[in-house]
Design a protein around this ligand. Structure first.
Ligand code: AMP
Length: 287
């Protein structure tokens, strides 16, 4: 595995790879890697000849009272894990180079980013779209892999790629979970043993909703109430939102049949904000 941190060096490497006819796959991350991130790497390897993973804790996607300074950073561990999953190039740009002095240009998606996570984190997606656009210019990938874990992020990146004509194929990897159902997240490290147990209410509520939805007959409001009740029942989890929306436009949906519906939620456990989601599958009766 090669290590690159200079932006120019990364661009030159990508130019040579492209000139040699190689298909470049890209997996952007903030490090603190877990199996979910490694799934993205493996997926990229299935679709591409060379896989670049970036590790960059992007300051502009954190709000002023969020966990930027304490976000877990361990590049030696990340490098070992990335290499074990077949990463070819680990790209670790410096924040000073990514955001040069007097930096004043942003990439802003103006619609999908205002809802769900965007309500609680008003500047978050501006930071995400800006850094992803920058990273795309640095890595010049043919294909990029993101996780369904961040469903809204995936929808926004898809929109950005379409709207700004990035010639990049997007691949969205399914959510990787712990054996007990908890969605893997770098932020799970913040939880105590008790908090971790309490956090299981999130995935449990989604499984419950999936079962009800599959049986059919429930409207979005009832389904949302079932999820809310399951999460708040113990009193240990503070719910932020449960939303039932169109998976592509993120517009609220009353009817859960038809185009894919995303059930997304966010909650706080011991001051750690966790998100989880599922795409509801509704039993349709062929006539
Ligand atoms: P992060 O560095 O955790 O912000 O995420 C980097 C990429 O990994 C994003 O595309 C995430 O959606 C994806 N990701 C994070 N956790 C998971 C997971 N449990 N399963 C699948 N993908 C994930």
């Amino acid at each position: 595995m090669r290590f690159i941190s200079g932006i120019r060096e990364m661009q030159q490497e990508s130019d040579s790879l492209r000139a040699a006819g190689k298909r470049i796959g890209f997996v952007p991350t903030m490090g603190a890697l877990h199996e979910g991130h490694l799934d993205l790497l493996r997926l990229s390897r299935q679709h591409c000849d060379v896989t670049v993973m970036s590790v960059f804790v992007n300051p502009t996607q954190f709000g002023p009272n969020e966990d930027f300074s304490r976000y877990p950073r361990d590049i030696a561990r990340d490098a070992a894990l990335a290499e074990s999953a077949g990463c070819d190039i680990l790209f670790t740009p410096d924040a000073d180079e990514v955001y040069p002095p007097a930096y004043s240009t942003w990439v802003l998606e103006e619609n999908l980013g205002n809802t769900l996570e965007g309500r609680a984190r008003p500047t978050h997606f501006r930071g995400v779209t800006t850094v992803v656009a920058k990273l795309f210019h640095m890595v010049k990938p043919h294909c990029a892999v993101f996780g369904q874990k961040d469903a809204q992020q995936a929808a926004i990146i898809r929109r950005m790629v379409r709207d700004l004509h990035f010639d990049i194929e997007l691949i969205i990897a399914p959510i990787r979970r712990e054996p007990d159902g908890l969605a893997m997240s770098s932020r799970n490290m913040y939880l105590s043993d008790t908090g971790r147990q309490e956090a299981l209410a999130l995935s449990r509520s989604l499984r419950l909703a999936e079962r009800f939805a599959a049986d059919g007959g429930l409207d979005a409001g009832t389904l949302r109430a079932i999820v809310e009740n399951e999460i708040t029942r113990s009193g240990a989890v503070t719910l932020d939102y449960v939303a039932i929306v169109d998976a592509e436009t993120l517009e609220e949906r009353d009817d859960i049949s038809g185009p894919p519906v995303l059930l997304a939620l966010a909650a706080r456990v011991e001051n750690t904000r966790l998100i989880d989601n599922t795409i509801l599958k509704v039993e349709t009766i062929e006539s």
